[in-house]
Design a protein around this ligand. Structure first.
Ligand SMILES: O=P(O)(O)OC[C@H]1O[C@](O)(CO)[C@@H](O)[C@@H]1O
Length: 466
């Protein structure tokens, strides 16, 4: 039997906990009121934003991103000895300042402060500042801005914090995570590599590799830390039920009917396993003569934790070339050969991919990049973030046509390979979103469903469309 004292103690504990809950709820209410948080979902054609209480954007800035900055700080503290070894003794002082600035950034987010102009000189500082100045006053805070603007701003701010110090300016603070994720998946990649040797030029083989590259997007380090299914390659058709839109056959048709010279551009997303699946797709495109050249667009700065940078791309090639497994060494040599004979091009740095602008603004903001992409017969956008960049984070009707949602961005045929990880959709069959949500309200952030979509643009021979 419980003693009187202990039951009194329990009661006190319960009421303290109740009180704490109430205080927390009151704080939340006050925050929502002060920051004009909206309790209804965004309307059709509104831009996604953390101003909507029941959105993934709100959850991102309320919990995920502050947590992620905290994790980054912890990680820097733990890794200090290695960082000093890599960047020199003075890194000790720079790390202190960096950590302090990261903590301030976290506070700014939590308190919904206004975005700041960038002061550290970098190739994209002017254009980022012009972008920020162009935002209307009611769209310049974490919980009022368009979601993609605020999220990109966060990663750009983190980068600028590291740029402030000489010792850490070239340090990729996500590098270790990317490399160890790649190493962990090596045995699985070996199996897939062996299975994809000498595939004939056939529609179903092309579709198989396109789907592999789509499901490769399930693996990132920012949201879906769960690794891929070890048997993904052999079980790809079992995943077809989870492809909410599959236009892979149209992509094959488009590519096989394209006029020479045929280039395919891949706007990459994540390093590691996803990049490996992109390389397999690109290898197949070259080997089967579907295109003369595949050009890879990667990020100029560390981005959304696991996005591929030039450094990651080169690291992976070297990793393969020096690997103990001969299959990887042969693959690495082959890729290296493609780079030497320019069948593969790792495109020069473009800061458009890490800007706040969406793709419909590319022609105006980066006309050279637009013309460059126009030379390709097909451009493949990988992943969830690129999908949001294509759609400008607009809450389209889920049944709206993919090509309409590009709002005029059509340098060439545009294709999206995306595992769905956020609450933005288009081109889906009627009622799909409603049914899936009824079953599991969080399906859209799980990466368990995907789409392969294309907006075809037929070009005449030798056309470069400006
Ligand atoms: O690597 P991906 O496929 O672009 O996914 C990253 C996505 O995950 C999120 O963190 C959540 O949706 C987004 O910010 C981003 O769009």
């Amino acid at each position: 039997m419980q003693s009187e004292a202990s039951s009194r103690g329990d009661l006190t504990d319960v009421s303290i906990a109740d009180n704490e809950d109430t205080i927390e709820q009151l704080k939340e209410l006050r925050f929502n009121e002060k920051n004009l948080i909206i309790y209804s979902p965004p309307g059709t054609n509104d831009e996604l934003s953390a101003r909507y209480l029941y959105s993934f954007a709100f959850a991102t800035f309320k919990r995920r991103s502050p947590g992620f900055i905290q994790d980054l700080v912890t990680c820097l503290r733990i890794r200090e000895p290695e960082i000093i070894k890599e960047c020199g003794d003075y890194a000790h002082f720079d790390l202190k300042r960096t950590i302090w600035s990261l903590e301030l950034l976290r506070e700014e987010m939590i308190n919904n402060e206004e975005f700041q102009i960038f002061r550290v000189k970098a190739p994209d500082t002017e254009s980022w500042n012009a972008f920020l100045m162009g935002l209307t006053e009611d769209r310049r805070q974490w919980f009022s801005a368009v979601w993609i603007h605020a999220e990109c701003y966060m990663y750009r701010r983190i980068w600028s914090i590291f740029q402030r110090s000489d010792t850490l300016a070239n340090y990729d603070y996500f590098g270790d995570q990317k490399m160890s994720a790649t190493r962990n998946l090596t045995p699985m990649m070996r199996g897939i590599l062996v299975a994809t040797r000498k595939l004939m030029r056939r529609k179903n083989n092309f579709q198989h590799l396109l789907k592999l590259s789509t499901w490769g997007n399930r693996c990132d380090l920012s949201i879906t830390t769960k690794g891929p299914d070890a048997n993904i390659f052999h079980r790809i058709s079992e995943y077809d039920a989870d492809l909410l839109a599959d236009q892979s056959a149209n992509i094959w048709e488009d590519l096989t009917e394209a006029c020479e010279p045929i280039y395919v551009d891949i706007v990459c997303d994540n390093a590691g396993f996803e990049l490996f699946t992109d390389l397999l797709l690109a290898e197949y495109i070259i080997e089967s003569g579907l295109a003369r050249r595949v050009r890879f667009h990667v990020k100029a700065i560390p981005w959304f934790i696991s996005d591929v940078t030039h450094q990651d791309f080169n690291w992976m090639l070297n990793y393969f070339r020096k690997h103990e497994f001969k299959e990887f060494r042969a693959f690495g040599r082959r890729i290296h050969g493609y780079i030497r004979d320019r069948s593969f091009i790792l495109c020069d740095k473009s800061y458009f991919w890490t800007s706040g602008y969406d793709c419909s603004q590319m022609k105006r903001m980066q006309p050279c990049l637009y013309v460059y992409i126009s030379e390709a017969a097909l451009v493949i956008f990988k992943g969830d973030l690129n999908y949001r960049k294509l759609l400008g984070d607009i809450n389209y009707n889920s049944t709206d046509k993919f090509s309409d949602c590009l709002r005029g961005f059509q340098p060439t045929s545009v294709c999206a390979l995306r595992a769905i990880k956020s609450d933005i959709y288009c081109g889906l069959p009627v009622c799909t979103v409603e049914w899936l949500t009824e079953d599991n309200p969080e399906w859209m952030i799980s990466g368990e469903k995907a789409v392969i979509q294309v907006a075809i643009k037929h070009r005449l021979s030798g056309d470069i469309i400006v």
